[in-house]
Design a protein around this ligand. Structure first.
Ligand SMILES: [Zn+2]
Length: 302
């Protein structure tokens, strides 16, 4: 059971919006596509974990702090008597390990993911000891979910799971029994409540309101939608969405991209590409937010 499900990270959400509405710089685009790929890998691994039979609690995408150090955990699985910690990579291509150095076969060096895993495990263990006052075995795993990935010079003692081994790994775990206790749930909840949403790892992106293309973007296929009387329609995939849901999606998007800006009828109508009337926008805002002031100077807050 997912105690903390995997949401689309805020940064990825923002990059998706910007990529749709402006031309990203080549390095930003590459960064964005990497995030997207990493997220795909994590989601693919989530789908494998659903096959787990022993009772367990799954926490996805945690950003935790221990001793003024922030660390990220892609996935935690809590069983009754132990915890599995997963660092997930969706690498593709041929890689090589020489001593502690990881690189592409082309020679380009990359950060050693085993060191990253070790650091997370150590900080996580300290956090469990000091703050939750528990000591429970932790099993760390570096998971490569992509079947088109090869790692030369990997050895069996490394805590690595390759794509070809994941099914067998799940099967092995399914051979154990586990009954989740109230205590396990408490630990899970405490960990989830320690999750921080203000990631300092986010890349600073340069954009302004004027340069972004305005309009309603389809939630299914990321194409531009057109407005009907009560619904928005996507000509590309056939998705139909009621006005309120579409407008609210775009209010959230606007807030994420421009957290300092006030939410007004005019800004949101403009952000939606002027394809919905002021009256409709106003009705949706009035229904979902609290209005401050009246007339031309009014704006909306949560
Ligand atoms: Zn669509």
């Amino acid at each position: 059971m997912f105690l903390k499900p995997r949401d689309v990270p805020q940064e990825l959400q923002k990059l998706r919006s910007l990529d749709m509405r402006m031309r990203l710089l080549p390095e930003d685009k590459r960064y964005y596509l990497n995030l997207e790929k990493g997220f795909d890998g994590e989601v693919a691994f989530d789908a494998k974990l659903v096959e787990l039979k022993p009772e367990c609690l799954i926490l996805a995408d945690l950003l935790l702090e221990q001793n003024f150090s922030l660390f990220q955990i892609d996935t935690l699985v809590l069983f009754k008597k132990n915890i599995h910690l997963f660092e997930i990579k969706n690498f593709e291509g041929d890689f090589d390990i020489k001593a502690d150095h990881w690189s592409l076969l082309s020679g380009e060096e990359i950060k050693n993911p085993l060191l990253q895993l070790k650091r997370s495990e150590s900080l996580f263990r300290q956090l469990l000891h000091r703050h939750l006052k528990i000591s429970i075995p932790i099993h760390p795993h570096l998971v490569f979910v992509n079947p088109h990935f090869t790692l030369y010079n990997a050895t069996p003692d490394m805590p690595i799971l390759f794509a070809s081994q994941i099914d067998r790994f799940i099967k092995k775990l399914n051979g154990n029994s586990s009954k989740i206790t109230q205590n396990n749930i408490q630990i899970g909840n405490q960990l989830a409540s320690r999750h921080r949403t203000d990631s300092p790892f986010s890349r600073l992106l340069d954009y302004n309101y004027a340069q972004l293309k305005k309009g309603i973007v389809c939630a299914w296929c990321a194409s531009w939608m057109i407005a009907g009387e009560r619904k928005m329609l996507c000509n590309k995939c056939g998705n139909i969405e009621d006005n309120e849901t579409a407008i609210m999606r775009h209010v959230e998007e606007f807030k994420a991209l421009f957290p300092e800006q006030k939410i007004t009828t005019n800004t949101i109508r403009d952000w939606c590409g002027d394809i919905v009337s002021s009256k409709k926008v106003q009705r949706v805002l009035a229904k979902n937010f609290n209005r401050v002031n009246h007339g031309k100077v009014s704006y909306y807050i949560d």
